[in-house]
Ligand binder design. Structure first.
Ligand code: PLP
Length: 437
């Protein structure tokens, strides 16, 4: 590795990691990370030559796969030209990255605020909503993840919020999730209509004049890949308009091709006021995220100071990696490929697994964004226990598949460039592992 001195064995890497790295979301003593030495396309490997087919895209971000040559070349070229520059300058690569991102936004969006990742994109979107409305509260779903900074973690609905609940003004509602309906619904239409009724009642009870924003993932990801009922997000848009609330759609995980369209919101026919993005915009090759800002909100800051900023906002290496990624995605038809893989391969093959294994309670998703929900009992829908999910994870790894497991679900989220052969191979591994379980 050039002039860098770093370990070159599994054992040395793990020993150094154990000694010096404090890992996310883990009790450190029992945490046992995989050593990854390299990757290409949809495969990763360790120093001993063990290979895994990646059905996780790491944290659902490596959309164009590992070491995509166009993205690597764009970063290398920019590193040779200008490796860093502050946010208060005009930088050609940054400006062009903003223009290219906005080419995939709905009509009426012409500014991007760049951040270092998804959480701070949501922080800044909430800030913009609060400053433009003069209101404080943010409504989001319990089943959601919005990031791990001050307000973003409090907007998050799941257990990760609870030990971090310092920021003010967050209100949660139950979103639609027919398989485990909070609304006693028996059809997708009922679930959508009742979730909207619940949301409106909470808005009224909280006091509409106190609510700055509704912040929702277009398709909640980590919470279970919960594709919204037809018309749900359009109904949320109507409520936001009725009560003067800013609608923020979080496209951090679902955006940039994951659902088989450029943005997940393209399939919902809904235009929010702010769109947050990260992950897929550059496949995570350099940390970056941002907010696409609609003209009305952008104009609010024409003659008023926008009181936000980051040292690395619009970092040139990140901007170059965005240009490389968008070049690759556009010229190789990667978004169209993701839609086709979902429709013709992943969707039908996962549905067949659901027919075959009693452990499968529900299969849902679109594009290259699928959840297989595992249950101990199909009738009661009791989630499969943590012990069995742990055994499943271990077995999948042993069989050469890198899985994304969350609670009682297997999320099937390979890079968007996954081939039909790789899908067949991965689904066969899952089939065998479910049979063994
Ligand atoms: N929003 C969503 C929907 C996410 O899935 C994530 C991360 O998983 C985030 C925000 C936070 O992004 P980051 O980890 O880049 O801060």
């Amino acid at each position: 590795m050039g002039s860098m001195t770093v370990p070159s064995t599994n054992a040395e890497t793990k020993a150094l990691d154990k000694a010096h790295v404090l890992h996310s979301w883990s009790a450190q003593a029992s945490f046992d990370p995989l050593v990854i030495a390299g990757g290409l396309g949809c495969q990763v490997w360790d120093f001993e030559g063990t290979r895994w087919l990646d059905f996780s895209s790491q944290l659902v971000n490596v959309n164009v796969g590992y070491q995509h040559p166009t993205v690597v070349a764009a970063i290398q070229e920019q590193a040779g030209l200008l490796a860093t520059i502050g946010p208060a300058t005009a930088n050609a690569t940054r400006s062009e990255a903003a223009r290219r991102i906005l080419a995939h936004a709905p009509h009426g969006f012409s500014k991007v605020f760049f951040t270092n990742g998804g959480a701070d994109a949501n922080e800044n979107a909430m800030r913009m909503a609060r400053l433009t409305t003069g209101r404080d509260k943010v409504v989001s779903h319990y089943r959601s993840y919005h990031g791990n900074t001050g307000a973003a973690i409090v907007a998050t609905g799941d257990w990760r919020r609870v030990p971090n609940e310092f920021a003010r003004g967050h209100v949660h509602v139950f979103g639609p999730y027919l398989y485990r309906s909070e609304f006693w619904a028996t059809s997708v239409e009922e679930e959508g209509a009742r979730a909207l009724h619940h949301l409106e009642r909470v808005i009224q009870a909280e006091g509409p004049d106190s609510i700055a924003a509704i912040l929702l993932e277009t398709v909640p990801g980590t919470a279970g890949i919960l594709v919204p009922p037809p018309g749900y997000l359009a109904g949320v848009r109507e409520l936001a308009d009725r009560y003067g609330i800013v609608l923020i759609l979080d496209e951090v995980m679902a955006g940039f091709g994951r659902t088989g369209s450029w943005l997940a919101l393209d399939q919902e026919g809904v235009v929010p006021d702010l769109i947050t993005f990260a992950k897929g915009v550059n496949s995570g090759y350099v940390p970056v995220g941002g907010v696409m800002v609609s003209d009305r909100i952008a104009h609010h800051f024409d003659d008023r100071v926008f009181p936000g900023g980051l040292t690395y906002s619009g970092h040139p290496l990140a901007a170059a990696s965005i240009l490389g990624t968008l070049d690759a995605m556009e010229s190789e038809g990667i978004v169209e490929h993701a839609a086709e893989i979902g429709r013709d391969h992943l969707g039908p093959q996962l549905a067949a697994l659901g027919e075959k294994h009693d452990l499968v309670g529900e299969v849902r998703g679109r594009g290259v964004f699928w959840a297989v929900e595992l249950v101990a009992d199909r009738a009661t829908r009791q989630p499969l226990g943590a012990g069995e999910m742990g055994r499943l994870k271990k077995d999948l790894l042993h069989r050469g598949l890198l899985p994304f497991i969350q609670d009682n679900r297997l999320h099937v989220v390979p890079p968007l460039v996954v081939t039909a052969d790789e899908v067949a191979r991965g689904v066969q591994i899952i089939d065998r592992a479910l049979a063994a379980l």
